[in-house]
Ligand binder design. Structure first.
Ligand code: ZN
Length: 441
């Protein structure tokens, strides 16, 4: 079924997003209470049952359920209400003004992810207003705190409401449509890398800088970091990524196409083109553990050799890798009794969501209605979303925002002048409605 939304409905979608953007939910502190009240007013006006819970003063999680016929378990439309900080002075338009310029709605959260939240909300309202009773319950779940780990948001809700795990699937942020050189394709993230944060601490003899002795804490740390940086972590191919390359093969340059078609074969025979393909940063992160050195601390005074030096390394592991095994490997790479390697945070390591499911096919069909013939593919997302809490319990999660974004627009997420085009809002809400309609029957 194709939707034919009215210009008034589109205007309402844009206007609702503008007002939602104007609620500053920068986390910390979050202030999702006000955002939840805004959404609750809309949902209750439409006669949709809504519940708001407060994990802490000012913080809130909202659940609204559009009742279905009870055929099949519910599907959750997940979104987070908080946003990351915006450096106001660097923006062309104030980040919480909801201003429209040259066909774009600017604002912190337009892409991550208040925009998607409003697409989900409006799709729910569309079904309700059209008098469509879905086969199953559709749960709109707007949570707090995603940007600082979800402890007061998704995790808080799942600890208290285990029924939210008895569902057939979750649609959330993560992947989306990509526009590049006039071509568009759609990445539905079905897996994410496993976070492993590491602290590396070196000790050594201190003293006056006029008589330096090696090794010192600092030189030991530098050597350790250099070993990690130069270590050739071998590529790992998981089925999700193999399928991703198979589907996007026609978009690659001619020489790469046969290799992408059969990545497993290419890995087996160690195809010489692999090196070139996997050198691209995006391809690299989808096939390798990565270790980014992000914090360095040592010394206070220029003429004193310090006794301690520490670094922090943000590691993202290929799914299926146990963070403890990875830490053991790092210790062997560093191989220095005066340098300690410890994990400070180990992420959840859930199995990837399968892509041969009715919900994935509903997304494929909805995209095809609005961008006929475009490639839709499962995908491994390098970052982390709230989906990990659901996937850890075996719930299929599809991380997919139906906006078509050029790479340049994507880079604005968490950055300066985050924005979404009015065309994308129209496209997104139509696709979202069709995903819900295609899930049925
Ligand atoms: Zn987000």
């Amino acid at each position: 079924m194709t939707t034919n939304i009215s210009p008034e409905f589109l205007d309402e979608t844009v206007q609702t997003l503008r007002e939602y953007i104007r609620i500053d939910t920068t986390n910390p502190p979050g202030n999702e209470g006000e955002a939840a009240r805004y959404l609750k007013t809309i949902l209750e006006r439409e006669g949709i049952e809504t519940r708001v819970e407060e994990p802490a003063p000012g913080r809130a999680n909202l659940t609204a359920t559009l009742k279905g016929k009870g055929e099949g378990r519910p599907v959750i439309l997940l979104n987070h209400m908080d946003v990351v900080q915006a450096e106001k002075e660097k923006w062309t338009v104030p980040p919480f003004s909801g201003e429209i310029r040259d066909g774009y709605l600017y604002g912190r959260g337009t892409l991550d992810m208040k925009g998607m939240g409003i697409l989900e909300l409006m799709a729910l309202l569309y079904l309700k207003r059209e008098g469509i009773t879905p086969d199953r319950d559709i749960i709109f779940l707007a949570v707090a705190d995603e940007e600082t780990g979800g402890v007061m948001g998704a995790k808080w809700m799942l600890d208290r409401h285990p029924e939210l795990l008895k569902v057939d699937g979750v649609i959330n942020e993560g992947g989306g449509g990509v526009l590049d050189n006039g071509k568009s394709w759609y990445e539905v993230s079905t897996s994410q890398k496993v976070l492993c944060q590491v602290q590396i601490s070196a000790k050594g003899e201190g003293g006056h800088a006029s008589v330096p002795k090696e090794p010192s804490a600092i030189t030991r740390l530098l050597d350790a970091l250099e070993k990690i940086r130069k270590h050739p972590f071998p590529p790992v191919l998981i089925p999700t990524v193999q399928e991703y390359y198979r589907r996007v093969a026609p978009l690659q340059k001619a020489a790469w196409q046969p290799v992408c078609q059969d990545m497993e074969g290419a890995f087996r025979r160690d195809d010489p083109l692999l090196k070139e393909i996997l050198a691209d940063p995006i391809n690299h992160t989808m096939t390798h553990h990565t270790a980014a050195i992000t914090v360095l601390r040592a010394g206070e005074k220029v003429n004193v050799i310090p006794t301690d030096a520490t670094a922090r390394v943000d590691c993202r592991l290929i799914p299926g890798t146990d963070p403890d095994d990875f830490l053991d490997a790092l210790k062997e790479i560093v191989d220095d009794p005066n340098v300690a390697v410890e994990g400070t945070f180990k992420g959840i390591n859930p199995p990837p969501t399968p892509h041969d499911t009715p919900l994935f096919h509903a997304i494929e069909k909805a995209v095809d209605l609005h961008d006929p013939g475009a490639i839709v593919t499962p995908h491994l997302v390098p970052g982390a979303t709230d989906s990990r809490y659901f996937r850890a319990a075996g719930v299929p999660c599809y991380d997919f925002i139906p906006f078509r974004l050029p790479i340049e627009e994507r880079m604005r997420i968490h950055g300066i002048d985050e924005r979404v085009s009015i065309d994308n809002i129209r496209f997104g809400v139509e696709v979202m409605i069709d995903i819900l309609l295609n899930m049925e029957g």
